[in-house]
Ligand binder design. Structure first.
Ligand SMILES: O=C(O)c1ccccc1NCC(=O)[C@H](O)[C@H](O)COP(=O)(O)O
Length: 214
């Protein structure tokens, strides 16, 4: 299972989190976020990371040329579109960056929202389902209704996000069956400052769940 830890701001934490077992790290490129990092900060973190770690930039309602410049200048291997990006935008993004992973994040508050995700599955590499919050786009610690996701099986791989923690991850995965998980505030001391003990605990929980066959 892919494990993405999002909202990294410190290069030394990115290396430690990769060593603990993360397969992907997320860097927030949304200036209003308390976890925002500049292109230069991302470049510094990426330079210290092994090649097999996915380096994902998180954008919201940013134009294609700005995203492309950030990706090229920083060495990101993927982007996560976390705003109101249309299907058309995702197709154009694919043409602009054909070799970069595109993840479309969708903030879900109802079954209707969930049904709309099918269209995006055609034009991106992966979906990421996050919880809806009226004021904030992400990193809110709000959980999704995992029960609603029991039958969710889109035509592309998907990440479960939204309020996941080392304490609730086993319950979440007993209900939803994602290809990957994404955590931010559930493994933080404060926004952008990850709690490495909580990250280690997360991987312990995932390992013992695997060993128990759950
Ligand atoms: O984390 C942010 O500050 C953020 C700001 C603006 C857009 C997206 C943002 N985060 C995106 C993520 O992928 C988070 O990991 C996701 O929302 C889950 O966060 P959490 O509920 O804290 O685990």
């Amino acid at each position: 299972m892919r494990v993405k830890i999002c909202g990294i701001t410190q290069p030394q934490q990115s290396v430690a989190i990769a060593t603990l077992g993360a397969t992907a790290l997320g860097f927030i490129c949304v200036p209003t976020s308390p976890r925002y990092v500049t292109t230069a900060q991302i470049r510094a973190a990426v330079a210290q990371l092994p090649e097999n770690i996915d380096k994902i930039g998180v954008f919201a309602n940013t134009d294609i040329s700005e995203i492309s410049h950030t990706v090229i200048d920083s060495g990101l291997t993927g982007i996560q579109l976390h705003g109101d990006e249309s299907l058309e935008f995702c197709y154009q993004m694919r043409q602009a960056l054909p070799h970069v992973e595109i993840i479309k994040a969708l903030r879900i508050s109802s079954l209707e929202h969930l049904e709309k995700t099918a269209n995006y599955a055609q034009c991106v590499d992966s979906l990421l389902l996050d919880a809806y919050h009226p004021q904030h786009l992400g990193g809110t610690g709000q959980t999704l209704d995992w029960q609603m996701l029991q039958q969710f099986n889109p035509s592309c791989p998907w990440f479960l996000a939204g309020g996941l923690t080392p304490d609730n991850i086993v319950t979440a995965l007993s209900q939803a069956k994602p290809d990957g998980i994404d955590l931010s505030s559930g493994v933080e001391i404060k926004p952008g400052d990850k709690d490495l003990d909580r990250v280690a605990l997360l991987f312990e929980k995932l390992r013992s769940r695997e060993q128990g066959g759950r």
